[in-house]
Ligand binder design. Structure first.
Ligand code: ATP
Ligand code: CA
Ligand code: CA
Length: 415
């Protein structure tokens, strides 16, 4: 955060970054239209296109009021192919990215990255370090070999890699799928790694309206874990095993499983609460108004809207059949049905994030070193496989459990 409360990244105002990258992306997508669709060639992974954006505009760029900048688009043809793999039409991508202002998310990470969310909730744009951008470029051919074979995955889906250059500063950006639909209230949010070393949300994080908790917090909040139907459990763990094998093969570590929990019973209670307040005419606070709006008519439409990115809801990612959790309509779609130990009905929204740290990149950092010693792994070559194994163990044994029959039929309706 810079002076006067305005958010900055590398001393560039965030609003300027947002506006400029929208111009850059618009130009990049527009330029692709003239290039016919064809099979991918190896060199498509290596191309970089650079465009200047002078104030006054040029033959192929519009005039603008931001600082002059350069915009680089990495592997444009390759990324078009990947977007196509997920059913994203060029016009739709353009609309999502450029037709409305981006929203900035507050980032709980330590890395200082900025996250932007597209107005339609489909995509997240994240600033990444130079090394991470380079790594993604190298990763692309192998990564997409995997996606092509298996689009049902919890791994992040990358839809673009860009670099915004201004005043000799470089801001590298990746566009990827958004895992947490903002129209659905996440009652709890976790960033899980399977490590216990310093894996507790900071005080500042806990004070936020929607904090992202970590492993130790999870174990405290859900000491019995979260319960899934046997089939769902198996599908989820299988998908994670497959995904972790891919990550291990690229020597990637330090990734997390992001888990957003929507508690249907809490949501019902909140709805009833809001209704009571409205009926008794007490609805004058801002909060109540928000509640009423969320639970009103327009809610159903927005939460069950067909998503732009194919195979990308949590349910689709793990290749499980979606069974309605209840007869009740007005239940958000796409989440994985689950229960907590109290028998409350949950919907889980999840995916693996932050995979651009390869072991070679990360080993300098002291924290990893310390945490690895803490966790008992001292053999460096085994680290990515140690990481993957520990991650999977934690997910399969501590976080997710097969539902015991006692919970299965328990009446959870305490309205
Ligand atoms: P660090 O390296 O310090 O862990 P980072 O800046 O690399 O942090 P990430 O770990 O990628 O950031 O993500 C930080 C947070 O941003 C996550 O815990 C999550 O709340 C949110 N987030 C990241 N990726 C997504 C996504 N694809 N969809 C929704 N939310 C996301
Ligand atoms: Ca992270
Ligand atoms: Ca990171």
């Amino acid at each position: 955060v810079g002076e006067g409360g305005e958010i900055t990244y590398k001393k560039i105002q965030s609003s300027q970054i947002m506006g400029s990258i929208q111009l850059g992306i618009q130009h990049a997508i527009g330029g692709l239209a003239s290039k016919p669709e064809r099979d991918l060639l190896m060199q498509d992974f290596m191309t970089v296109e650079t465009t200047n954006f002078p104030h006054e505009g040029s033959n192929h760029t519009p005039a603008h009021h931001y600082s002059e900048f350069k915009f680089k688009t990495y592997a444009p043809i390759a990324f078009r192919y990947f977007r196509d793999l997920f059913g994203i039409q060029p016009d739709d991508f353009l609309m999502s990215m450029c037709s409305a202002p981006l929203r900035e998310l507050s980032n709980p990470g330590a890395s200082g990255s900025i996250f932007y969310l597209t107005n339609d909730d489909e995509f997240i744009i994240k600033t990444v370090q130079h090394k991470e951008g380079e790594f993604l470029q190298k990763l692309l051919p192998g990564y997409y070999l995997n996606l092509d074979q298996n689009p049902r995955t919890l791994l992040p889906k990358f839809f673009g890699l860009y670099c915004y250059q201004c005043n000799s500063k470089n801001v590298r950006l990746v566009a990827m799928n958004n895992l947490l639909p903002s129209s659905i209230k996440m009652h709890q949010k976790y960033d899980l790694k399977g490590s216990t070393y310093k894996r507790k949300a900071s005080k500042t994080e806990r004070q936020k309206t929607s904090p992202t908790y970590k492993d130790l917090d999870f174990m405290e909040h859900h000491n019995e874990g979260i319960f899934l139907e046997a089939d769902t459990y198996t599908a989820l763990i299988k998908t994670m095993q497959r995904d972790c094998r891919v990550l291990e093969s690229f020597k990637i570590m330090d990734y997390s499983l992001l888990v957003g929990i929507h508690n249907l019973d809490d949501a019902q209670r909140e709805k009833n609460e809001a209704r009571k307040l409205t009926e008794s005419g007490q609805s004058d606070g801002e909060d109540n108004e928000g509640e009423t709006k969320r639970t009103g008519l327009n809610r159903t439409r927005s939460i069950n809207r067909q998503r732009l990115v194919a195979h990308s809801t949590a349910m689709e990612s793990i290749q499980a059949e979606s069974e309605p959790i209840d007869e009740e309509e007005d239940v958000p779609s796409g989440g994985i049905p689950a229960r907590n130990a109290r028998g409350e009905r949950l919907l889980l929204f999840l995916g693996i994030i932050d995979i651009l740290q390869s072991y070679r990149l990360r080993k300098k950092l002291e924290h990893t070193w310390k945490s690895m010693i803490h966790d008992g792994d001292t053999v460096s070559v085994h680290r990515p496989s140690f990481y993957a194994q520990r991650f999977l163990d934690f997910m399969a044994k501590t976080v997710f459990k097969k539902i015991p029959s006692s919970l299965k039929h328990s009446p959870s309706k305490r309205k």
